[in-house]
Design a binder for this molecule. Structure first.
Ligand code: PLP
Length: 374
């Protein structure tokens, strides 16, 4: 994909914000608790390699990604810290996994048996570092009961090239005010954990995403998987107050590339969905849904000179139009995410308007938008 280095639109990532968010959390953790920075999906749209390098400086002990390629991208960039792939990796990639010293989540006996077969058939040297996923109520991946684990444990014990490096679960409601379902999951985890700890001595026991570590730190275990908070975002949106301030790291800005006076009764954009109510100054911003700026943003606003300017007409693939308070020069700065004078638009504001979550908004920002690090 072509990165738009010659366009009037950019994402700016504040490295210091990321550094502070990680350092503050790391300083709060017990000394024996590792912080793994979750940098999957290109670090939630912030840039995996750049974020990983800042995270290391801020004290991150390892990294979590979703797929093997994301782990390999970090290795190729010289990241030598532990990396855990949180999703289910393909068995046929077991050689790449071992050779690159990557740890993987495991969720079934069948996967282990097939991996073991390949290890033998391909004479793979070294051992497979496993994190046993425990499904305590998320219903996504993981072993679901002690009885299921019994056969898994006995299989692993018979194969010295399978090493249980970690056991973990994932909560589905850690960002909720009501902790009843969270408590149920925790009980199930504790039951399976007790059984596993009588059989293995894993280096890592981990349950915490950002929300869990922020609001339920007492059950952290000795490692956390710190994701969205790294980027300065409250995992709950605005449902639960943060225990300490987080610093949003991402801003998205552009420029007015065209400004014109349009007479009353003129239509703007595909489908002619907006018609000027009087003579209006209309500006064009060169960002569109191909950049991850959703069509649902019609009717929202951007900031120009600290003034909220409404997005009029449909968002096109590469451009959208705004109603201006007055004539502006081309080149006038447009803030889409970030601050202008006393006004701020957050990823969360955009998410709310689009009826989604801020995670999705930042992940969707496409690689066509260049990312600059300050
Ligand atoms: N752990 C697992 C298993 C995840 O799937 C995720 C994110 O989806 C995280 C940790 C990080 O979550 P968060 O970004 O909410 O901190």
């Amino acid at each position: 994909m072509a990165v738009g280095l010659h366009r009037n639109a950019q994402i700016v990532i504040n490295k210091n914000a990321i550094f502070k968010n990680i350092k503050t959390e790391k300083d709060k953790l017990n000394a024996d608790t590792s912080l793994f920075a979750v940098v999957k999906a290109n670090a939630y749209g912030h840039g995996a390699i750049e974020v990983a390098n800042v995270a290391k400086k801020a004290g991150a002990d390892g990294f979590c990604v979703a797929i093997l390629d994301e782990a390999l991208e970090l290795r190729e960039a010289g990241i030598s810290e532990p990396i855990l792939v949180l999703g289910i990796s393909r068995v046929e990639d077991v050689k790449i996994i071992v050779e690159n010293n990557i740890s993987v989540a495991v969720s079934s006996l069948k996967w282990l048996q097939e991996a073991e077969k390949l290890m033998k058939a391909e004479c793979i040297k070294g051992s497979l570092q496993l994190h046993l996923a425990l499904d305590t109520g998320m219903g996504r991946i993981g072993f679901q009961s002690v009885s299921e684990l019994e056969t898994v444990v006995s299989y692993i014990k018979q194969h010295s090239d399978l090493n249980v490096e970690g056991i973990f679960t994932h909560f589905s409601t850690a960002d909720s005010k009501d902790s009843s379902y969270f408590d149920k999951q925790l009980n199930r985890f504790n039951e399976m954990k007790s059984f596993l700890l009588t059989n293995f001595n894993p280096k890592y026991v981990h349950v915490s995403n950002s929300a869990t570590s922020l609001w339920h730190s007492e059950c952290n275990g000795n490692m956390i998987r710190f994701g969205v908070a790294i980027y300065g975002l409250n995992p709950s949106g605005n449902d639960i107050d943060l225990p300490y301030p987080l610093n949003p790291a991402l801003s998205l800005t552009s420029e007015i590339v065209h400004c014109k006076l349009v007479s009353k009764g003129y239509s703007i954009g595909y489908g002619a969905t907006y018609t000027t109510k009087s003579d209006e100054w209309i500006g064009t911003v060169p960002i569109g849904y191909a950049d991850g700026f959703s069509r649902k943003m019609q009717g929202f606003y951007v900031l120009i000179d600290g003034i909220k300017c409404k997005i009029v007409g449909r968002v096109c693939m590469d451009q959208f139009m705004v109603k201006l308070p007055y004539q502006v020069n081309t080149g006038t700065k447009v803030v889409i995410i970030g601050s202008s004078n006393n006004e701020t638009i957050t990823l969360f504001d955009i998410a709310q308007y689009c009826d989604t979550i801020h995670y999705e908004v930042s992940c969707n920002l496409s690689n066509r938008l260049p990312r600059f690090y300050v």
